[in-house]
Ligand binder design. Structure first.
Ligand SMILES: [Fe+2]
Length: 357
């Protein structure tokens, strides 16, 4: 925990577009939600059909292979909202009722090419992820939350942007909730300045057995990293908790636990976070550096092909916010343009499966 000995910057609340409250954002939907127009839907359908006609593999689809003359300006503006603005966006209204999952994956990947470059999301090299209950136990030290039906507390994923495409919603539950980590930082600073040193020092966390080249099975990253005028955040409490089971793990102190309880409580407060439902065809994009996301527990339909199923992309953005070394050398590796590169395990080729694995 050498980072705790680093010189702490003078702390002040951060103002700016990343510091939003859910109750106010709920009334400002035009800033973070777009309903596809008929012209945009038509060109997405056409682009999907053209990719299918060419027999292109998902990973071979680039922007040139997925032209969106009408939607491109919308996606460009959305990208700035994600990286420099509030950090989240919802695209609604794709009529996917008669689509195959391959067509959904093509559309999602194609839209994603306007935002960033996909990175690996796990030790299997999946660049197209599947968020689906595989019957895994959330308490299993090697299980990732996305493989379970459990409530997922507020957390970050490991990339500049995470995108979700709702293929099938749950029978009940599985609602999405997001919160500004900058607002959580500001509130924590206001309420308990004495706990801020703990939140600015690194927390020991597991990598769930998915270990990139040159890394250990664990990582150390602070929850809040003031950097270049912003608060960059990385937070996965379940990974911190499961990290305690690793040999040689430094035991969490009461102060650290109190600090994590504080940020969890702030994020869960009505008015602080923003809830949204997922409808079939919805695309939600979130910037991990400024936004935490969570979901409620859910109940599935019995039939396997009707169970809650989201497709997921982790995207690297060359012009994303400036990041501290914690994010691109201590925790993750970096892409050739210096962005977090997800979870790349040596010898595992990147692949884009069409089913949950
Ligand atoms: Fe997540």
């Amino acid at each position: 925990m050498d980072g705790s000995a680093r010189t702490q910057p003078t702390l002040a609340p951060i103002d700016g577009p990343q510091a939003w409250r859910g109750d106010r954002m709920a009334a400002r939907g035009s800033e973070w939600r777009h309903d596809w127009t008929p012209a945009e839907i038509a060109e997405i359908r056409q682009a999907v059909a053209d990719v299918e006609a060419q027999g292109l593999e998902i990973m071979a689809i680039n922007r040139a292979a997925f032209p969106l003359p009408n939607a491109a300006p919308v996606l460009k503006a959305m990208r700035r909202t994600l990286l420099d603005g509030p950090g989240f966006y919802l695209l609604r209204g794709l009529p996917i009722q008669d689509w195959t999952i391959r067509q959904a994956a093509i559309a999602f990947w194609g839209i994603g090419t306007y935002l960033g470059r996909p990175c690996s999301q796990n030790g299997k090299g999946h660049v197209l992820g599947h968020v689906k209950n595989l019957g895994l136990d959330y308490n299993d030290p090697m299980a990732r939350g996305y493989q379970t039906a459990a409530r997922l507390p507020y957390h970050t994923d490991s990339s500049d942007i995470v995108g979700l495409f709702c293929w099938r919603p749950a029978k009940a539950g599985g609602l999405s909730s997001i919160v500004s980590s900058t607002t959580v930082f500001n509130e924590a600073l206001k309420r308990r300045p004495d706990l801020m040193p703990a939140l600015l020092a690194p927390f020991f966390r597991t990598r769930w057995g998915e270990v990139p080249a040159g890394k250990q099975p664990w990582a150390e990253v602070p929850v809040f990293m003031p950097h270049a005028g912003r608060i960059i955040s990385h937070y996965v409490r379940s990974a911190i908790r499961k990290g305690q089971l690793l040999p040689g793990a430094p035991k969490l102190t009461d102060r650290q636990i109190e600090a994590l309880d504080l940020v969890d409580a702030i994020a869960a407060e009505p008015g602080i976070h923003l809830d949204m439902d997922f409808r079939p065809g919805d695309l939600q994009f979130v910037c991990n550096h400024s936004t935490w996301h969570s979901r409620t527990a859910f109940e599935d339909f019995e039939a396997p092909d009707q169970r809650r199923h989201l497709l997921r992309l982790w995207l690297a953005c060359a012009d994303g916010p400036a990041l501290p070394d914690w994010m691109t050398s201590s925790y993750e590796g970096a892409t050739e343009d210096g962005r977090p590169n997800g979870i790349e395990v040596p010898g595992v080729p990147l692949n884009a499966p069409l089913e949950a694995q």
